[in-house]
Design a protein around this ligand. Structure first.
Ligand code: ADP
Ligand code: MG
Length: 760
């Protein structure tokens, strides 16, 4: 760790004010650019086409132009009105004139320009056309003087034909000003002034340019190929630093002490063995093989770090429960974290059901060596909460199920050995750490997700976890068929409700999903913003702008749970049916009872928001009607429809869409109707959404360090970087020999930390 302090950062930490002056620096600071490094990493957003020379009789106001012209005159004047000096030059093509204007504090600062802009000299002048007192002018143009900056007109043309970097800018700090500052900073730098987080050997092997050359190429390329290569090199660098940080996390986690929780030997009394013996089905091959990996890792004195992904219904819960039982058998406890109270309660119910008498350890009539499942959520009545806390602290409960409440300080475990996180969305790295800190030694960790995560996203967002996938769905599952229903067609809708009726009459149940809770009128009355209305799990709802034009406001209002429930109660086809509602603004007890009434069949049609998205398991539910289907994210819809067709009866998903035929929104809904391949849909979804959504804040805040890297398109870069970075970290875990990489990681962690604090 010796190199951490005073690690070389070249001149990148130097304040900009020192390099470009105390006048030029403050505006840049408004863009968050305070140091040399900040500015060098402020990459062009795109490159303007230098194009051909503009005719001087066609100088349109506000346009970026390049003209070739001869200087007629140039004079420096001090200004009386405001302090400072001004250089005014006039250039001509023989027919038209154009003014060039430069300002400075002192006349001396303008001498270099005056020296170059001698009358009769020819040059190329580039800038944005403005007008002053009826004359066209360029303020602070870039220029190349033939015979001074360039040997001849041809090489002057070359200079002028470079792609023009267009920077993320503001009205106060236009792109050209940034370009100029970058050039001032970049020109005098030498290789020693910039640090390169990519080790020399890696660069040499992959044929990557040095960092300074790369920065020059990205900020001042000669042509398109040059900036493209430089950009690719910088993408690799971002991926490399990120992967090195993740590799360090993995290595450090593996170096932590965990308590080994080996399985009981065959023949020994064991809850797991009893559970397996009583299981009413045989495990799928996938469940068996993932189960073996997990069992082996739990038996190690190092914390398991595993992500288990699998489609809804692929049987993850059983895998997790078997892991928990192995830990219980070894004398430890397991905690299961769910994203919502409804799901936590359901998990507790499911686990107790799966365990049967094994969940009644210590109770009369319970199995001899069973255990207990405690439910701990924020809204428990005081007495129940106290009891659950006691069961966790005493170790009486081998399994504790809960929401964020489990992260609270009052919650103590006798011997926490395993943390299972169901659905990662809401549990960031910080929360994982908080829970881990509750064990005497580091608990083993199993994260489950039903959202198929494309490989590179898994490598980026969950790069510190090993991944397993369940790709098979247990036999005897009938599956789901999906159809698109155009919202504007009353006959289709009638047919939909008739179909719902048929299903209910044959003993099945129906979900109706809406994106909102209240209809608009209620919203206005309550003074709520629409986004507040969505639900208590806003980050699970990925409402998208339906037609991709940003004109969402002009579309019909989104359907709301309460309004649709009222409508269904009046729908002739559904006469006599019980219609229930479920949404995140209901009290937890009401949610519970709504879910329970649907589970038992007292209520046959449940109108709900996306609270039912994850984990909810009602095998009798066979139909799902989704309103405004075109306004949800693809992965989310895929998740939603996984709620039906879980039993032996086939599922039916009706996607009511307002999307106009031929629009991207319509194409999305159609894609969903056509495929049930979750990975394909997740990838499609990612391609349609921004990086920020993918790496959402709750997931880690790592997006701040990704400037150029794109998680989906740059899959190859990420894989390569992961490979290289892992090798470097494995041979030098503390990066003692790679101080520049170490410094880059530290800088990145600082950014994350800052972002985390800002969010908190
Ligand atoms: P997930 O958590 O991946 O959504 P679950 O573990 O909840 O899936 O399993 C869904 C349903 O399938 C549950 O009712 C479960 O009991 C059942 N199940 C799990 N594994 C199997 C299997 N191997 N064979 C048959 N049914 C299974
Ligand atoms: Mg599940």
């Amino acid at each position: 760790m010796s190199a951490q302090e005073g690690a070389p950062r070249g001149r990148e930490d130097e304040p900009l004010s020192k390099v470009i002056g105390t006048r030029s620096a403050p505006p840049l600071a408004k863009l968050g650019l305070e140091t040399v490094g900040d500015l060098l990493r402020h990459y062009p957003r795109r490159y303007g086409d230098p194009g051909t020379l503009t005719d001087m009789d066609r100088l349109a106001l506000g346009e970026h132009v390049t003209v070739m012209a001869r200087v007629s005159r140039a004079t420096v004047r001090t200004m009386r009105a405001r302090s400072g000096a001004m250089l005014q030059a006039v250039v001509t093509d023989g027919h038209h004139e154009l003014a060039l204007t430069f300002f400075a504090k002192r006349p001396g600062a303008l001498r270099p320009h005056e020296d170059k802009l001698r009358p009769e000299r020819v040059g190329l002048f580039t800038g944005v056309v403005s007008e002053y007192r009826g004359t066209r002018q360029l303020t602070h143009p870039d220029y190349v003087m033939v015979g001074v900056d360039a040997d001849d007109a041809e090489s002057a043309m070359f200079e002028a034909s470079r792609p023009i970097p267009i920077y993320p800018a503001s009205s106060a700090v236009p792109s050209w000003r940034i370009q100029r500052a970058v050039r001032t900073v970049l020109d005098p730098l030498t290789d020693d002034d910039v640090t390169d987080p990519v080790p020399f050997e890696v660069r040499a092997r992959l044929g990557l340019a040095g960092r300074l050359d790369t920065l020059r190429s990205v900020h001042r390329p000669a042509d398109q190929r040059e900036w493209q290569r430089a950009r690719d090199r910088l993408r690799f660098e971002e991926a490399f630093v990120l992967q090195a940080a993740l590799a360090q996390r993995r290595v450090r986690a593996a170096a932590q002490d965990a308590t080994a929780r080996p399985p009981r030997a065959a023949g020994e009394a064991s809850v797991l063995a009893d559970f397996d013996a009583a299981l009413p089905f045989t495990l799928t091959d996938g469940q068996r093989s993932v189960g073996e990996d997990v069992a082996r890792e739990l038996a190690e004195p190092r914390p398991m770090q595993r992500l288990l992904q699998g489609e809804v219904g692929s049987g993850k819960t059983v895998v997790a429960l078997r892991a928990m039982l192995q830990v219980v058998d070894a004398g430890g406890q397991a905690a299961l974290l769910a994203p919502t109270e409804v799901l936590a309660a359901q998990h507790a119910r499911t686990l107790r059901q799966l365990l049967g008498p094994l969940a009644e350890g210590g109770l009369l009539g319970g199995a001899e060596h069973g255990t207990r499942v405690a439910l701990l959520t924020g809204s428990l009545p005081a007495a129940a909460r106290k009891a659950a806390l006691l069961q966790a602290a005493s170790g009486e409960a081998g399994i504790v199920v809960g929401t964020h409440a489990l992260l609270g300080e009052q919650v103590q475990f006798a011997d926490l050995g395993l943390v299972v996180v169901d659905e990662q969305h809401r549990f960031g790295v910080e929360q994982r750490d908080a829970l881990r800190a509750k064990g005497r030694t580091a608990p083993h960790l199993l994260v489950m997700t039903a959202t198929p995560i494309p490989r590179t996203v898994a490598m980026t967002v969950f790069g510190d976890l090993e991944t397993s996938s369940l790709t098979q769905v247990p036999a005897g599952r009938a599956g789901v068929t999906s159809h698109v229903v155009p919202a504007g067609n009353p006959r289709w809708l009638e047919r939909t409700w008739a179909r719902v009726r048929e299903e209910v009459d044959s003993g099945h149940r129906v979900y109706v999903v809406c994106p909102r809770i209240h209809p608009d009128a209620d919203l206005a009355a309550a003074g709520q913003s629409p986004s507040k209305d969505f639900d208590d799990v806003p980050d699970l709802l990925e409402l998208v702008d339906g037609d991709g034009t940003g004109q969402a406001g002009e579309r019909a209002p989104l359907r709301a749970v309460l309004e649709v429930a009222d409508m269904l109660r009046e729908t002739p086809q559904l006469a006599g049916l019980e219609v229930g509602v479920l949404h995140g603004q209901m009290a937890p007890a009401d949610k519970e009872s709504a879910m329970a009434r649907f589970t038992t069949g007292e209520v046959q049609v449940l109108v709900s928001t996306t609270v039912i998205e994850v984990g909810v398991d009602v095998p009798e539910a066979t139909v799902m009607v989704v309103f405004d289907a075109d306004r949800f994210g693809l992965s989310q819809l895929h998740q939603l429809r996984g709620r039906v067709g879980r039993g032996s009866a086939p599922g039916l998903c009706l996607l009511v869409s307002t999307a106009q035929p031929g629009t991207p929104a319509a194409a999305r809904v159609e894609a969903l109707a056509e495929t049930t391949d979750g990975f394909r849909l997740a990838t499609l979804d990612l391609e349609l959404r921004s990086e920020g959504d993918v790496l959402g804040a709750a997931q880690s805040g790592r997006s701040s360090s990704l400037r150029l890297l794109r998680v989906v398109q740059d899959a190859d870069v990420i894989s390569q970087a992961r490979h290289e970075a892992s090798a470097v970290v494995e041979s030098d875990p503390d990066l003692d020999f790679q101080p520049e990489l170490q410094a880059a990681i530290a800088a990145q962690l600082d950014d994350e930390q800052e972002e985390f604090l800002e969010r908190a």
